[in-house]
Design a protein around this ligand. Structure first.
Ligand code: AMP
Ligand code: MG
Length: 416
């Protein structure tokens, strides 16, 4: 063991520093079929009004409101996609179906239920009002109106809007390509029988899921042994095709912890230790795929490298705090952080000296409030403290902690 040369960085400062070094990735064009979950890279402006013409909202008769209470001659029919070429003049009506274009001259639609039909004439009730039972052109959207801002994530309604406006493709941000690797001689592939002192590599699968949820395209690099040369070969090979590298393990101060020295030889380690629990050894660097002399001058070659701690909860919590916001910034998300909501603490959250703690909680509704319960032992090896958790409560450093009954903002992972 040796003392770490890295200063302990405040957790919030470290998170800000990571974002400072994180670029927004370039854009690409995707077809609507591939647009789900992507982030719009430009504002979407309505090229035409919606609806483009006055359309009937019901099945009935298009008439003039001034003809209320009269019997009218039916001049034809306007169905969806088959507009009527004739006009509706005084004393006449047109049969109209839902979605049909309101014919020239008509200003209101009478529902078929409110009419009496006799051959080619129709009797309409008294007291008609112009503009009833129809969608005016541009009533949903005016031409030129901004429909969606850059930074919007595309869900079903957003994709539907783009389609309704006739846009078959959208300009979105590229997804970050991330190389993911576990480190440690004690790790075996999940499903293999661990030998003495060995454990399954669980972090890789947990982090793969977390990366995908955050929108990354992941390349799995497997398990790197605790040998400097092997680690270097794996990492430098992967960096060429990745925007970011995520490793777990090998960042504490044991003699087998090789990630920090490797990242240092490939670029700049900006953060080597954080005042955070769990996750103190979290490491963040910017590195270059080709550490040839002079290569470091080329800004465009820079990659982000996240050395996450090995303990399962530490790796996932540091992912939440540092990696997920960075991946979202890369994709152009307007909102990079998890949403937060006020919750009432159902327990006393102990502070941990000079470190910020992210306490894992479940939530339940009590009237209009959300009440937080601790998930139990917050040990960094105990994944059960995070499994099923709804939120993270940030407990500031100091000796006060957060008292039971107080209301604090919690980062929401999932709602109960
Ligand atoms: P390290 O930071 O490499 O010293 O790892 C700290 C602790 O996390 C050790 O108990 C490791 O066995 C454990 N650990 C490291 N990597 C993994 C992994 N991929 N899956 C599960 N546990 C791990
Ligand atoms: Mg290790």
């Amino acid at each position: 063991m040796r003392a770490s040369a890295y200063p302990l960085v405040d957790a919030a400062e470290a998170a800000a520093l990571v974002l400072q070094h994180t670029p927004v990735l370039g854009t690409e064009t995707v077809a609507l079929a591939d647009a789900y979950g992507r982030v719009l890279a430009e504002d979407l402006v309505a090229s035409s009004a919606l609806p483009p013409h006055a359309a009937s909202a019901v099945d009935g008769y298009a008439v003039r409101a001034a003809d209320a209470g009269r019997t009218l001659r039916v001049v034809g029919e306007s169905a969806a996609g088959r507009p009527l070429s004739a006009r509706v003049d005084a004393g006449t009506a047109a049969r109209i179906l839902t979605g049909g274009v309101v014919p020239e001259g008509a200003d209101t639609i009478v529902m078929v239920e409110d009419t009496r039909v006799d051959g080619e004439s129709v009797a309409v009730p008294a007291g008609l009002k112009a503009g009833t039972n129809l969608h005016r052109p541009g009533s949903d959207l005016r031409a030129g109106e901004r429909v969606m801002q850059a930074g919007t994530q595309l869900g079903p309604a957003e994709i539907g809007l783009a389609a309704a406006l006739g846009a078959p493709r959208l300009q979105v941000h590229r997804r970050p390509a991330v190389a993911l690797m576990s480190t440690g001689d004690e790790l075996v592939e999940v499903g293999e029988t661990p030998g003495p002192g060995q454990i399954p590599d669980s972090n890789r699968w947990a982090l793969l899921a977390a990366l995908r949820e955050a929108g990354a395209e992941v390349r799995l690099l497997g398990i790197a042994p605790d040998r400097a040369e092997d680690l270097r070969t794996l990492v430098t090979g992967a960096l060429h095709q990745a925007d970011a590298l995520v490793t777990s393990g090998g960042v504490s101060v044991g003699t087998h912890d090789l990630v920090k020295p490797l990242l240092e030889s490939l670029g700049t380690v900006h953060i080597g230790r954080v005042k955070l629990k769990p996750g103190k050894p979290f490491t963040f660097a910017t590195v270059f795929p080709s550490p040839a002399p002079g290569a470091q001058g080329k800004g465009e070659d820079k990659r982000l490298a996240f050395g996450l701690p090995g303990f399962p909860v530490s790796s996932l919590v540091t992912f939440e705090v540092f990696v997920r916001p960075a991946l979202r910034k890369m994709q152009g998300f307007a909102q990079v952080q998890r949403p937060s909501l006020p919750v009432r603490l159902g327990f006393h959250a102990q502070a941990v000296g000079d470190r910020t703690e992210y306490h894992r909680v479940t939530l339940r509704r009590e009237g209009a409030e959300l009440v937080a319960t601790s998930t139990g032992s917050q040990s960094s090896s105990r994944l059960m403290s995070l499994a099923g958790a709804h939120a993270l409560v940030r407990v500031p450093p100091g000796d006060q902690g957060l008292s039971a009954g107080s209301v604090v903002e919690a980062l929401i992972l999932a709602l109960p």
